[in-house]
Ligand binder design. Sequence first.
Ligand SMILES: Nc1nc2c(c(=O)[nH]1)N(C=O)[C@@H](CNc1ccc(C(=O)N[C@@H](CCC(=O)O)C(=O)O)cc1)CN2
Ligand SMILES: Nc1nc2c(ncn2[C@@H]2O[C@H](COP(=O)(O)OP(=O)(O)OP(=O)(O)O)[C@@H](O)[C@H]2O)c(=O)[nH]1
Ligand SMILES: [Mg+2]
Length: 442
Amino acid sequence: MSTRTETIFALASGALPAGVAVIRISGPASLSMVQALVGELPVPRHAALRTVCQPDGQFLDRALVLIFPGPNSFTGEDCAELHLHGGKAVVHAVLKSLAGFDNARLAEAGEFSRRAFENGKMDLVEVEGLADLLAAETEMQRRLASEQAGGNLSAMYDTWREKLIFARSMLEAELDFSDEGDIPGSVSDRVWQDVAVLKEQIDQAVANLRAGEIIRDGFKVALAGPPNAGKSSLLNALAQRDVAIVTPVAGTTRDIIRCELDIDGYKVELFDTAGLRDTEDPVEQEGIRRAHRTIHQADLVLQLVDLSNASAEAETLVPGAVGIGTKIDLVDLRHDTGSMRCAFGVSSLTGEGLEALRRFLVDEVRRSTNLGSLAIPSRLRHAERLKAASYFLNDALNERLKPLELRAEDLRLASTELARVTGRIDTETLLGKIFSEFCVGK
Ligand SMILES: Nc1nc2c(c(=O)[nH]1)N(C=O)[C@@H](CNc1ccc(C(=O)N[C@@H](CCC(=O)O)C(=O)O)cc1)CN2
Ligand SMILES: Nc1nc2c(ncn2[C@@H]2O[C@H](COP(=O)(O)OP(=O)(O)OP(=O)(O)O)[C@@H](O)[C@H]2O)c(=O)[nH]1
Ligand SMILES: [Mg+2]
């Protein structure tokens, strides 16, 4: 239990004005402060209607009040909530009154969650999941974050760690017995089998990182092709907004234009790029350089082929790219040879083919993320520690000539890496970074 003396408070709900505004308070003085403002405290964890008055008696609001005595609270400390009318002046007046108490101050971003972490209410993986839950915009981001915030990913890492600790204890028992003559290594054979299975599971989790990143950060789709192929028009049509400039001039787009789509709950990031061609214009050259970089980093490249342009037949597809025929409103597809290499024909003008293209995109995202479970890492931080753990397990498994003591030490190093993921050790440097992702009031 922390021994913090400061009581913190903040507006925990959204922008004002709002229907209702929730002020959250946590720390040793929170109950006495609320008592000073509302009089009789409600029964713990039950909302009650109270009149909120300044200590000098001035009326502030009629509000719902909740108290959560520690340690049974979100932070583990004594906590309270004031559910006020969500007007700016109402909230500011109450915040000002709270600031007048001794050892009370406005909370910093993420400070409530930090206290919850420090009091053992959440581990680091759950804190990250909570940050992702608050940031989630799509349904799949929400599901991934809930899985992590709810403790399923932590439980997986903890189970692995416990298995390693058990394996080590078995080896140590064997070491203790080895003085008593040559026992055939049946115990340690079994231990090494279990460790090999565990290493496979850890390697699988590392391999799943990309899927987690795609759900969390978005599936990156680059629109590529020569000038005037219709890239910016397609971006606008898919986004259903006028995002990028479209003109009949070849070489209109120079900077990368990014927009986010939510297709069936998946976040898809679309990148419009400069048309690829030889040019003397230094501005366009830089645009093309950026286009190549974006194409290289994309999860999927759509290469647009202008089916209304006869010379487009000579274009070659970038390896791995999916051909998309554009401007089908201008051509008779039955007689068009350019359409042969294209997976789809679309018209940004009439909207024809766009729904099929959306379906294709979501099928591609699903193919890259279809793992059954969403208890998967979505941050490089996890994968780095898991890789380190796998490295130590690999040593333990393969260097069979090494003394058993040293192989057991490899298992200890691996379990330390797993402990770092959930934040049981070594957290100080990470905490600042992780909690800075939160808004004030969380
Ligand atoms: N008004 C309000 N709504 C909210 C929150 C809140 O803090 N206040 N939450 C904040 O994020 C979320 C709910 N999360 C919560 C998590 C733990 C506890 C809590 O009191 N935990 C105690 C008791 C657990 C129990 O009785 O089962 C504990 O962990 O000991 C409360 C809310 C979402 N909605
Ligand atoms: N009829 C028709 N015209 C289209 C369609 N898509 C694009 N165009 C026209 O084709 C021209 C070029 O379109 P853009 O979307 O700017 O092409 P781009 O590939 O972004 O071109 P750059 O930015 O120069 O590389 C514009 O005049 C558009 O109006 C379409 O589906 N049908
Ligand atoms: Mg363009």
